[in-house]
Structures are given as structure tokens and as C-alpha cells.
Design a protein around this ligand. Structure first.
Ligand code: G3P
Length: 216
């Protein structure tokens, strides 16, 4: 399972890279906006230099022509840029064209298996189902991952399932059990994945015993 980090913050990306756990980065307009008045293309270029894997840069146009114009510019930034398009009919139209041009697309804002099926048919490299936001409205985000994994397996679609809107370590474990290809994870959750109270308790006991022992 690949781990992407879901952030546009360079310090978080640097720290996660140092942990040796990160295979790529996903950004979105909200995450970019959190970084203040940055130059979008320069910021994406910096991320592409820091991380050798796929880096998602999201278009903000709502029509396919605008998405294609933006995405073609983003694709020039670096060879590891993946264009993020919304799951709308216009977004799917742009996805098909990007695919024909040899540019990878991450289709985002997916909330149903039907939408995921369309993204695969359009030739998306990644589909991003937002599981946390489904859980937030009382629906079962993990069931959506299960359904998409099953559908893609049924037809040998190459589109990778990229679990997004992750809110807890259990989202990662459950996604891994279902065979999702990638999870994009906020920095805080990456840290939480590594922690367990029994690990801390055990380490404290080992350290105390070692100090008391006098062993050199
Ligand atoms: O990258 C998009 C996605 O992960 C958003 O997550 O927490 O804003 O629902 P969230």
C-alpha cells in the first residue's frame, strides 16, 4: 500500500519524507490556501523536488476547457505532477483528454461507486473517494472503498483506489485490509499511526530497568 501525504505544507512534507514513509503528495485548493499567498506553480515545483513520487495539483476551473488549460500548464512543472480533476461530467471529459495526452489524472471528490466506475472508464490513474466526509453525514465511507475495490477487480481497471479524507488510523488499517492501493494521510494521522500507549509504557519500563541495572 502506498502512503501519500495530504498537505501542501512544506515542513510537514519534509518531516514525513525524513520518516521514510511517503510515496507521494496530494494537495487541493483548501490545503494550498492554508499556506498563505504562495505562488501556486512555484509551490508545486518545490514539492515535486522534495518528493520523487506522484504529486497531485488540483485545477479550479469548472469547465473541461479551463481544466485542460490549467492542467497542461501544471504538467509542465515537473514529470511527477498528476492533475486533480473533480468528479463532474466536465472533469471526466478533461480526464479522458489528459489520458490521451499521456498525463495522469487523480479524479477527486468521489462519493459513490457509480462515480468511481465512470472515473475508471474515463482513464483516471487514481480515484479519490472521500471517506471521512461520508462518515460525517452518517454514511459508510469504508463500504464505498470495499465497493470500488470490488468493481475495479471485476473489470481489471488500472485506476488506483486512493483513499482520501482520512480521519483516523483505523481508516488506514481498514483500507489496507480491503486492498486499497493508496491512502493520502494528513500529517497528524501519520504520527498517530506510529503510536501505541503500550509501546510508550514498555519503552519507559525498559529504559528504567536499563538505568537501574548498571550494565555498561
Ligand atoms: O485531499 C482531499 C481530502 O483528503 C480532504 O479531506 O479532511 O478535508 O475531508 P477532508
Amino acid at each position: 500500500m502506498k502512503f501519500f501525504i495530504d498537505t501542501a505544507n512544506l515542513s510537514e512534507i519534509k518531516q514525513a519524507m525524513e520518516m521514510g514513509l511517503i510515496d507521494g503528495v496530494t494537495t487541493n485548493p483548501s490545503l494550498m490556501a492554508k499556506e498563505g499567498k504562495i505562488d501556486f506553480k512555484k509551490h508545486i515545483a518545490k514539492i515535486c523536488e522534495m518528493v520523487p513520487g506522484d504529486i497531485s495539483a488540483e485545477v479550479t476551473s469548472l469547465d473541461s476547457e479551463g481544466m485542460l488549460k490549467e492542467g497542461r500548464e501544471f504538467a509542465k512543472i515537473a514529470s511527477n505532477v498528476v492533475i486533480k480533476c473533480p468528479l463532474t461530467l466536465e472533469g471526466l471529459k478533461a480526464t479522458r483528454i489528459f489520458r490521451e495526452e499521456g498525463t495522469k489524472v487523480n479524479v477527486t471528490l468521489c462519493f459513490s461507486a457509480a462515480q468511481a466506475l465512470l472515473a475508471a472508464k474515463a482513464g483516471a490513474s487514481y480515484i479519490s473517494p472521500f471517506i471521512g466526509r461520508l462518515d460525517d453525514i452518517g454514511q459508510n465511507g469504508m463500504q464505498l472503498i470495499s465497493d470500488i475495490v470490488q468493481i475495479y477487480e471485476n473489470y481489471d481497471f488500472e485506476t488506483q483506489v486512493l483513499v482520501a479524507s482520512v480521519r483516523s488510523p483505523m481508516h488506514i488499517v481498514d483500507s489496507a485490509l480491503l486492498g486499497a492501493d493508496v491512502a493520502t494521510i494528513p500529517f497528524k494521522i501519520i504520527q498517530q499511526l506510529a503510536t501505541h500507549p503500550l509501546t510508550d509504557k514498555g519503552l519507559d519500563a525498559f529504559t528504567a530497568d536499563w538505568k537501574k541495572s548498571g550494565i555498561k
